[in-house]
Design a protein around this ligand. Structure first.
Ligand code: PMP
Length: 397
């Protein structure tokens, strides 16, 4: 069986990470991989997480299985973090949430679920989108199509084209929307645009799948789910995938969730049981530790407050780096207007840098970014900002 198997080319981003690791240049800068870094260039464990882990270590009684749907205490905490305690979906028992291994695990369970419920449904993702969306849904046997999202001339949302394309999506198909901090562009719809998107998605009777991987990284915990809430106001059915990797800094713990929203509690329970069935056939039970951390933090008032402060520090640092970069670039060069970078949300920015300019940065300055020109703003800090700004000004000259 193995003799004639051909190797699949590795993931381009992972290859870039490896190249960065091997690069001996002391002043090298990594703007590639999508993890948060602090001003010292490190991806630290949040102090609130450390405290929660100490409590868990002390109190944990068993390593028994936690069941396909995961820790029962986690679901209501994640629901109210996303929607607020008083949301009608929670009161009316029209939302059910299962823990998953990261946001990716949630997307894969969502894919398996869609395939189980309607194998003919296609899923429509933004062009561009997080590249793993294609792999995950193809792995679940679902056909993936794209709708326009990015206007390269304006470095903005291609809103009219996006709406026109959504209008043509067949009813019953699935549309994936990023709740906030769109990966890779950093461009989110405004609230008015979300209004129009949510009207159209409901009018076309599409099933919204909202990928919520960066709550709290854009404008704030509540602000970052306003678009998501508008969608849920208008569409009676939806799927939501949550990742706790970024906002809790729990990348390697693999903690996320899939929520099912339905018109009736009974439909919700039925679909939820199907999701649990997909989980059983896949990994049976999720890992426990990440869920224990998130549960401990969200259910303890002081820890929760501390986490919110630490999250806002990450968010504020990213904002500051965006504005500092724009300020530096406009002082160094009048070749190009980079002010759009300051308006983008979350860790990522489609910088508008061409493939050749990205290559120039790597070859001449050991500055690593993705070919598309996507840069991770969290890779910028006070120590490397000057060198980076000089290098970009030179690359575009
Ligand atoms: N969705 C998007 C848009 C993402 O950017 C990511 C992480 N890069 C994920 C989902 C998956 O997150 P996780 O690491 O929790 O699997």
């Amino acid at each position: 069986m193995f003799e004639n198997v051909k190797a699949i080319p590795g993931d381009a981003l992972l290859a870039l990470m490896m190249e960065f690791k091997k690069d001996p240049t002391p002043a090298k800068i990594d703007l590639g991989v999508g993890v948060y870094k602090d001003d010292a260039g490190l991806t630290p464990i949040l102090p609130a997480v450390k405290k929660a882990e100490a409590l868990i270590l002390e109190n944990e009684q068993s390593k028994g299985y936690i069941g396909p749907a995961g820790a029962p205490e986690l679901a209501p905490l994640l629901q109210s973090l996303m929607l607020g305690d008083q949301h009608n979906l929670i009161r009316e028992k029209r939302i059910a949430t299962t823990q998953t291994p990261g946001g990716t695990g949630a997307l894969r369970v969502a894919g398996d679920l869609i395939n189980a419920l309607n194998p003919n449904a296609k899923i429509w993702v933004s062009d561009p989108t997080w590249s793993n969306h294609f792999h995950v849904f193809a792995g679940a046997g679902i056909e993936v199509r794209t709708y326009p999202y990015y206007d390269a001339q304006q470095n903005a949302l291609a809103f009219e084209n996006m709406l026109a394309a959504i209008h043509e999506i067949p009813s019953g198909d699935v549309i994936l929307l990023h709740a906030s901090c769109h990966n890779p562009t950093g461009i989110d719809p405004t609230l008015e645009q979300w209004q129009q998107i949510s009207d159209l998605v409901a009018e076309r009777a599409l099933l919204p799948l909202i990928d919520c991987a960066y709550q709290g990284f854009g404008d704030g915990l509540e602000e970052d789910v306003q678009g998501l809430k508008l969608i849920l106001e208008k569409s009676p059915e939806a799927l939501i995938t949550t990742s706790c990797s970024k906002n809790f800094g729990l990348y390697n713990e693999r903690i996320g969730a899939l929520s099912v929203v339905a018109a009736e509690p009974e439909h919700c329970n039925n679909v939820f049981s199907q999701a649990c069935n997909c989980i059983r056939a896949n990994y049976s039970n999720p890992p426990a530790h990440g869920a224990a951390i998130v549960t401990t933090i969200l259910s303890d008032q002081a820890l929760r407050q501390q986490w919110e402060t630490e999250l806002s520090e990450m968010r504020t640092r990213i904002h500051r780096m965006r504005t500092e970069l724009v300020k530096n670039l406009s002082a160094l060069s009048d070749e190009r207007d980079f002010s759009f970078i300051a308006a983008q949300k979350g860790m990522f920015s489609y910088s508008g840098l061409s493939r050749d300019e990205v290559k120039y940065l790597k070859d001449k300055y050991a500055i690593y970014a993705v070919d598309s020109g996507r840069i991770n703003i969290a890779g910028i800090n006070d120590g490397n900002l000057g060198r980076l700004s000089q290098a970009i000004a030179e690359a575009i000259d």
